[in-house]
Structure formats: C-alpha cells, structure tokens
Design a protein around this ligand. Structure first.
Ligand code: ATP
Ligand code: MG
Length: 414
C-alpha cells in the first residue's frame, strides 16, 4: 500500500538520528544566544504572496519548488520554503522597527518540491540567523563569524571552505547587469534554455549556471568585481579586513551570486567536498532591499541559513544516548513497588526505565538492549526488608542496598 510509505522526499527521523539533529540545532541555538541573538518562531505557512513577491518570480523556489494550495477559506497559502521572508514579514507585522538593530535566530522545517537525493529533501530543516537594521560591514562580519563558530563547534572545521563575494550596491549591480547582458547577448546561440530565459529576467544567475556550455561562456564574461563603485569596493575591503582580523579564512569566488534584486554587497557560502553535488551547507547574504520591497520601511538586513540534514550527514560520530538505570521487579508483588521506586528516581532526575514484563532473564536482556548502566532488582522478600539489589551492568558486581539510602549509591549513574 503506497500510502504507508512516507511521501517522496520526506523522512521519519528515528531516535538515534534525532539525537544528531538535536545536536546540530542545540549547538546553533547555544551559539546564537552567546552571540546575542534571540529566537523567533514564525508559522510554517504564510500567504503565498509573502514568498512570491519577495523571492522573485524567476527564482527556482518560486517557479518550481513551492508547496502552494488554496485553503478552505479560499486563501492562497504556501508552506514556507525558507525562513527570511517570514522573518521579514514578522518584523513588519509586529512593528519591530523601534527595536532595531535586531538579531534573530530561527530553526524549523522548510518545504521545497525538488528532486530528492542525498542532502536534498522536500521537507528539510534549517537553522538560520538574521541581523536587521545594520547597514555597515560590522553586521556582515558578525554574521559570518557566528556561522564559522557554529560549524567549528560541531567539529566541522576541516573540509569546509568559506566562499565570499560582493555584489556591490544597486548602482554597481545595475551597471554590471547591463554589461553582462551585452556580453551574453553575443553568445545567445550557445546558452542553455534556462539561461536564455534568465538573460532578460535575471541575468546574474547565469554566472551560477551548472550547465557546461554556459560555464564556458561565463569564464570570459566581464567580472562583477570590476564594476564595483568606490563605496561598494570599500565596503567589501572592510569586510575582508574584519574577517582577516578574526582569523576567518575565505576564498573570493567572483561567480558567487544571489540573483534577486534585493540582494546586495555580501554573498557567501560554506561549502564542503564531502557531500557530492549537495556541497553547500550554509549560505547567506545581505538583503538591504527586502523589507522595503515587502512594504515596510527601508531596513538593511543580512543573514544565513544552514541545512540541518546536510550537517548531520557530516557528523560521523553518533551521539550516544545517556545510559539509563533499569528497575527490575522480581515477582508479581514487587511490580507496584518497582513503579514507586522508578517514579521517585525519575523525579530526582535519573533516567530510569522499567522492565514491563517477562521473567528475570528476559528483563535483564532488555536492560542490556537499553544499554543500561545499572539495574535495581527488587525481589518480594527483599522488599519486606526494604532493600534491593544494585547491579553494575558493566562489571556485573552486585550489592544489597537499602531503599532508604538508594540514592547514595546511584551517583555514578546519574
Ligand atoms: P542548493 O543550491 O543546494 O539548492 P539553495 O541555494 O537552494 O541550495 P538556500 O536557499 O540558500 O539553498 O538554503 C540554505 C541551505 O539550506 C542550503 O545551503 C542547504 O544546506 C539547505 N537546503 C536547501 N535546500 C535543501 C533541501 N531541499 N534539502 C536539504 N537541505 C536544503
Ligand atoms: Mg535549491
């Protein structure tokens, strides 16, 4: 029955893998707090306009990837494909202009209809940060340094490269756009179909094309960095200098672009060669025009988002679950008393599991399966003396302990 399979591109995340996901998200959350970011949670669906008007109608997300539907009230709704548009919408809806500058962190599921493969899902999770209200490169430096610290704390320093580029301000970008279109128009016969479409609507994206014949043309295209005006140039120099001071290494990738109109100045990606084609683990940029374009007052912004699945794929060491203590009643009478002891220990902060059924041997086997650190065996005659047997599951050593002072013996297992 096909309906018992998860929908293509979605997955069940079972306990062992969930621990990896939590490690990524909790590390991100902890680092974000350390850097002074507060958490924001926006709805996982929004009016379609929130995305279609901001992400640009030529972007892959809007043209191919959105999960959009009409709800029972007739509203056009979209499951969020990314986090920034919702955060910008929330910034405007909640009238947060008074609180600038704002540093926000988010985490949660995103939805994109795309071809599923390793590291590419239709429902996936992101963690991300945004800084709103800071027009100077200080915010760009902080945004990149928090990303770097986050990846470092996950143990992912090696095999990850920071690629960085500047798109310049809008004057620089418009000048460049004209020059690029002029050049590419001379090579129309060799451009891919996608790129031909982009030529009029979104030419900068052609620089990013994965098509080989496009790439051969792009190699000789005029370079964006040569069109940067003085203000844009010095913005980028300040950013590079700031990163240098913090010891953050990067590669200047002059073809790294974000195609949408509201992007400017900084664009960056942290990439790895360890995930095949899905090599970008974290990507971000400056979007000074976004809030204005959505109808709010002009507010500069910069941020990034990281794919949690891709990061978990890079974490090779599993996160061990904490080892429980298992309480094992021996004999029917002991069952209810075992539950009392179990609850008491849980309330005191111990991780305790209780064997549900079966003979002693079966319950011991179950304790081993749970990787228990210790077992507390409660026999009926022992209970009349208010004692139990504490067994260290690694050494196999057993000793009789008073239930009154049980906790004194459990410190090594907390
Ligand atoms: P790609 O070029 O891989 O499609 P993108 O430019 O669409 O990436 P962004 O919108 O910048 O990606 O999203 C930021 C990060 O979110 C990506 O770098 C990636 O780690 C992750 N990501 C994006 N789409 C997916 C997906 N479908 N499944 C899993 N992770 C994803
Ligand atoms: Mg994509």
């Amino acid at each position: 029955m096909t309906s018992l399979k998860p929908v293509r591109g979605t997955q069940d995340i079972l306990p062992a893998e969930s621990r990896l996901f939590r490690r990524v998200e909790e590390t991100a959350f902890e680092v974000a707090e350390r850097y002074g970011f507060g958490e924001i949670t926006t709805p996982i669906f929004e009016f379609t306009e929130v995305f279609s008007r901001t992400l640009g109608d030529t972007s892959d997300i809007v043209t191919k990837e959105m999960y959009t539907f009409e709800d029972k009230g007739g509203d056009q709704i979209t499951l969020r494909p990314e986090g920034t548009a919702g955060v910008a919408r929330a910034f405007i809806s909640n009238g947060l202009q008074q609180d600038l500058p704002l540093k926000l962190f988010y985490r949660g599921p995103m939805f994109r209809y795309e071809r599923p493969q390793k590291g590419r899902r239709r429902q996936f999770r992101q963690v991300g940060v945004e800084i709103l209200g800071v027009a100077t490169p200080q915010a760009d430096i902080e945004t990149i340094s928090i990303a770097q610290t986050f990846l470092e704390e996950l143990g992912l320093k090696n095999n990850i490269t920071l690629e960085l580029n500047s798109l310049g301000d809008s004057a620089s970008r418009n000048a460049y756009r004209d020059e690029l279109v002029k050049y590419l128009s001379g090579h129309q016969d060799k451009l891919s179909k996608d790129s031909l479409e982009r030529l009029t609507r979104n030419p900068l994206r052609i620089l990013d094309s994965k098509d080989e014949s496009d790439q051969a043309i792009v190699v000789n295209a005029p370079r964006l960095q040569d069109s940067l005006n003085d203000a844009s140039q010095s913005f980028f120099e300040d950013l590079c200098e700031g990163l240098y001071k913090l010891g953050i290494a990067f590669e200047h990738n002059t073809n790294l672009v974000r195609g949408l109109d509201y992007y400017c100045h900084t664009a960056f990606e942290f990439t790895t060669t360890d995930l095949g084609a899905q090599g970008t683990v974290l990507a971000g940029g400056r979007y000074d025009g976004l809030v204005g374009q959505m109808g709010g007052s002009e507010t500069p912004g910069i941020g990034w988002a990281a794919g949690v699945e891709r990061l978990t794929l890079l974490l090779d060491d599993g996160v061990e679950a904490k080892r429980p203590i298992v309480v094992i009643p021996v004999g029917g009478e002991a069952e209810s008393e075992a539950l009392v002891v179990t609850e008491m220990l849980r309330k005191k902060g111990y991780r305790v599991d209780l064997g549900y059924s079966g003979n002693l041997k079966k319950r011991m086997k179950r304790a081993n399966q749970l990787n228990a650190a210790a077992a507390i065996l409660l026999g009926e005659d022992e209970l009349t003396r208010n004692v139990g047997t504490l067994r260290d599951m690694d050494s196999g050593e057993q000793k009789e302990v008073s239930l009154e002072t049980l906790e004194d013996h459990l410190a090594p297992y907390k």
